[in-house]
Write a protein that binds this ligand. Structure first.
Ligand code: AVI
Length: 303
């Protein structure tokens, strides 16, 4: 099999609970649909993140000549931080080259943008190699940490910490628990944008791997898994069906009602966030919570 995408798709669809890694939701169309999600009335997360940054970025210590960001972010959110801190050098880290280019164009008037097309940790290694001993602030906005599997979350943060020097810092956004109906509406909006975002993953497999998924034969579903405190997105097969993926030489049977699990979005409690910081080797120094849409922005220092 010739691509990591093909390998991951087959491995995920062979599992008892079929699954597909959520990172593959973001091809060009998926990223455009995600941008649309961020302005949905039902999805308050991005606006909450933005409100906190607009109100509190000026309270961040002005001691970071280097800022790196996991994901190239929306220019607007990052702008609030870069403006407040007058940052000379900004390294957005993203696997998507078009997203990095868009980010460069949006922020070039403000700072020197040095895009890194890499995974988050590899990108951070590259920033580490290129900074000249200057203190660094890493941005991890938008509650993307909630999309990590609960087993990998702590490990990832520890890996981030191990790449930082004492005095560096992480600014991390975490979406908080809220009434179940509010969370479900945010991930199953009545206009169907999130459904399209989810179904596009099957479309991407068709386009890139020669799959023959009939998108109309799957239904988007968002459920709240209360014990695990996460929204799960699934695609439910509407019938018994067989799908083939030509370029992976793969054939997969679906029973009527069976689901493919495509994303988890963990919802945090304010108290668990400082604990997460300490376990990864950070000192939690500040936390701001949006009152309109429970969401926490936290500033952690590498100790
Ligand atoms: C990118 N991430 C934080 C989003 C979330 O809320 O988990 C992705 C998303 N999935 C569906 N809607 C938004």
């Amino acid at each position: 099999m010739n691509s990591e995408f093909a390998h991951d798709v087959c491995a995920g669809l062979r599992k008892r609970q079929k699954e597909l890694p959520s990172k593959y939701l973001y091809d060009e169309l998926g990223s455009a649909l995600f941008d649309a999600i961020t302005v949905l009335p039902e999805y308050g997360l991005t606006r909450a993140d933005q409100r906190i940054l607009d109100r509190h970025a000026a309270e961040l210590p002005r001691e970071f000549p280097v800022v790196a960001e996991f994901g190239s972010g929306s220019g607007r959110k990052t702008r609030a931080v870069l403006e407040a801190l007058s940052v000379p050098e900004y390294f957005p880290i993203d696997v998507s080259a078009p997203a990095l280019e868009r980010c460069r164009r949006e922020l070039a008037d403000l700072t020197t943008v040095k895009p890194l097309a890499a995974s988050y940790l590899n990108g951070l290694d590259q920033v580490q190699a290129r900074r000249n001993g200057d203190p660094m602030l890493v941005l991890f906005l938008g509650s993307t940490i909630g999309n990590f599997d609960s087993r990998c979350r702590g490990d990832f943060l520890t890996q981030v910490r191990s790449r930082l020097r004492e005095g560096d810092a992480l600014l991390i956004g975490c979406d908080l628990e809220k009434p179940v109906d509010t969370m479900i509406q945010a991930y199953d909006d009545p206009s169907g944008v999130t459904a399209s975002f989810n179904l596009n993953l099957l479309g991407r497999i068709n386009r890139e791997l020669g799959g023959d998924f009939n998108l109309r034969a799957f239904a988007h579903e968002a459920i709240y898994n209360a014990p695990e405190r996460r929204i799960e997105m699934h695609l439910r097969s509407r019938t018994n069906q067989v799908v083939t993926i030509r370029e992976a030489d793969f054939r997969c049977e679906f029973a009527d009602g069976e689901t493919i699990w495509t994303e988890s979005s963990h919802k945090f409690r304010t108290a668990e966030i400082p604990e997460m910081a300490r376990q990864a080797g950070f000192v939690p120094e500040a936390q701001w919570v949006d009152q309109e849409w429970p969401f926490a922005e936290s500033f952690w220092r590498a100790a």
